[in-house]
Design a protein around this ligand. Sequence first.
Ligand code: S3P
Length: 452
Amino acid sequence: MDRRAGLKGSICVPGDKSIAHRALFFAAQAYGATLIIGLPEGSDVNASLNAIEKLGAKVSLSVGEDGIVSAMVEGWGIDGPKLQMPEDVHTVDCGNSGTTARFILGMLSGYPIKISLDGDSSLKSRPMRRLLDPLCSMGLSCSSCTWPIEICGVERLKPITVELPVASAQMKTALLFAALRASGTSRIVEPAASRDHTERLAEAFDIKLVKLSDENGFEITGPQAPCAPCDPIVIPGDFSSAAFWIAAALCIPESDLTIEGVGLNPTRLGFVKALQAMGANVSAECIDDGVSEPYGRIRAAYTERVRPCETPANESATFIDEVPLLAIMCARATGDSLIRNIGELQLKECDRLAAVIDMLSQCGINARVIENEDGSLDLAICGKTQFKVPDGIKVSAYRDHRIAMAWAVLSAACHVQIRLDAGDIDSISISYPGFLDEFSHRLGYAPIVRVE
Ligand code: S3P
């Protein structure tokens, strides 16, 4: 078994999870039917699909010969969500999906229905208050500030002017959904730019919003209802899924890998920018840069030595989901790296900041959190060219899909095999169900062994 064979050729990754959630939520609220092509199959997006179906959107799924999944979604338009048996207490299960949870809160704020929202243990520990506070000031009632939660919206919400405490595309989107159902103009501002898929899709669904020229944000006047676009929404490959292949190709000798058809939205490309600043052999080529979502190909090739990096504090939202991989790259750079303003990582599917520090400490890399005067958190990593994860070691991914996949990359980069329990391995199907099989197949060995 050659554990050092490089990753070669080209691959495609599943459709973008962030765009898929948004496309489903816009389509559910729209007049008319929307065709969405390229839905990813992970359980996160399924949570949104099941939620909108339960609320009365009609969804029909089909799978093409090429395996591409499409959904035709007939929205509820002016009728609003229709629960099948209104006398029942309706529960929508958001599973592990923070995106589904936040979007549903924003969307249902503007409808006078009572609903219970549930989810798994990770969702129960995630912060909702900072979103519920503005939504309640618009008119939503809620039974608590953590999951599970019972909510009741109102027919017409009050508009809101809000400055988000952190750059968060989920909060921004949830508030936009609520603002659609408000009477008057809402103004939503973030301290730094986060992914702008919502703004781009709003345009496709004929929603009028005015981007602010001097701040990160927009104004939107309600009430407005989305209108199903004539053209299908085509979802490009998920950059955050491609990132695992990029990092692996950079770390494994003789690799030269191209990822085709991947989303290249500039608000998602902070990882590529940081890697290029580190001297990594990675490039992105845009094939279509239209108003909707730009996409193209990314090529990554083995890079023996990389420089340490310091990422700008106001750009952390552009690579927040890629921090575990950026941390692995920093571990390989001789010298001190600083990944700035990433406190939000503590609030993801697990405390990813702690999980990353744990991961690096297992291979003797010193990583620590630095707290700044303004309360923001940086991750300092003291890298070295030679390090190794002990072969056969059993580790924990804290049931977090991105941590589990990062472990696969680290294990492959060190040419070893590590052990993860079944729950950690199964968590990968939240965003990228086929990852481990394809990764093992292309590597020629399994970097992760499942222990029951
Ligand atoms: C997402 C936004 C980010 C990201 C998450 C998906 C989205 O979360 O970490 O994986 O689709 O809007 P926050 O908005 O909480 O930063």
